[in-house]
Write a protein that binds this ligand. Structure first.
Ligand code: ARG
Length: 250
């Protein structure tokens, strides 16, 4: 009886500690990718209620190369890392910036996109901040746990209002309950294009890079993901060089 309990317990603990190997993902037949889909054009919900975008296409490519189905797991941004650590998902693909702090608890792929923060305000109004300091004494909406949240929270005079969804942050801006939204530039541009009542008033040079996160220590899956990313960076020209020059050197 005691032995039985020990065996059962160790199986449970083992599966909690160790993330899915590629063999296990293949056996499962699906790749679980966590994301937070209010982040166009990287991940957003389209008119047919599907989660689509740049990141989702990368996720699909990884799933295709593994020969499994892709399952998108929709989570609040600040729940993505905990979900990965608890093996509830295999990967995070969410326009997630590689930061030192995050890299202590998850492993990041090679960078796949460069990003900066930006400030969005209402169009047609006088208030046009050009730097973060101009937000002092103002109410600023961010997404909870993002790098935008981090940069504005560093300035104590800013009143930070945190949302799970960027769509809610923009609703608050529209309803004049906040004075600005701080978020990644490419995403800010996508919102402004869709809603011209907003305008990007400044870009803050934060020099961020997005990476795909795997569970800490899962080097097998990490290498696989890195290979898929590197392959995507190859132009037809690179492939031609590889084909003819590497061959010539053999
Ligand atoms: N790049 C920022 C960060 O890592 C924001 C990412 C938000 N992504 C999302 N899918 N909501 O903190």
């Amino acid at each position: 009886m005691k032995k039985m309990i020990v065996v059962i317990l160790s199986v449970i603990i083992f599966s909690m500690v160790f993330s899915a190997t590629i063999t296990e993902i293949k056996a499962k037949g699906k790749l679980l990718v966590g994301t937070e889909p209010t982040f166009p054009p990287f991940e957003y919900v389209d008119e047919n209620n599907n989660i689509v975008g740049f990141d989702i296409d990368i996720a699909q490519r990884i799933a295709d190369k593994l020969g499994v189905k892709l399952e998108i797991v929709n989570l609040p941004f600040d729940s993505l890392i905990p979900a990965l650590m608890q093996n509830k998902i295999d990967l995070i693909i969410a326009g997630m910036t590689i930061t030192e702090k995050r890299a202590k608890v998850v492993d990041f792929s090679v960078p796949y996109f460069n990003a900066n923060q930006s400030i969005v305000v209402r169009e047609g109004e006088k208030f046009r901040p050009v730097k973060l300091e101009d937000l002092k004494g103002r109410k600023v909406a961010v997404q909870l746990g993002t790098t935008g949240d981090i940069v504005v929270s560093e300035i104590s005079e800013i009143k930070v209002v945190r949302f799970q969804k960027f769509t809610d942050a923009f609703l608050e801006l529209q309803n004049k309950r906040v004075d600005a939204v701080v978020l990644d530039e490419a995403v800010a541009r996508a919102y402004v294009k869709k809603f011209p009542k907003f305008v990007v008033s400044a870009v803050i040079d934060t020099g961020e890079k997005y990476g795909i996160a795997v569970k800490k220590g899962n080097s097998e899956l990490l290498n696989f993901v890195n290979n898929v990313i590197s392959e995507m960076f190859k132009s037809p020209y690179d492939l031609l060089v590889e084909k003819w020059f590497e061959k010539a050197q053999q």
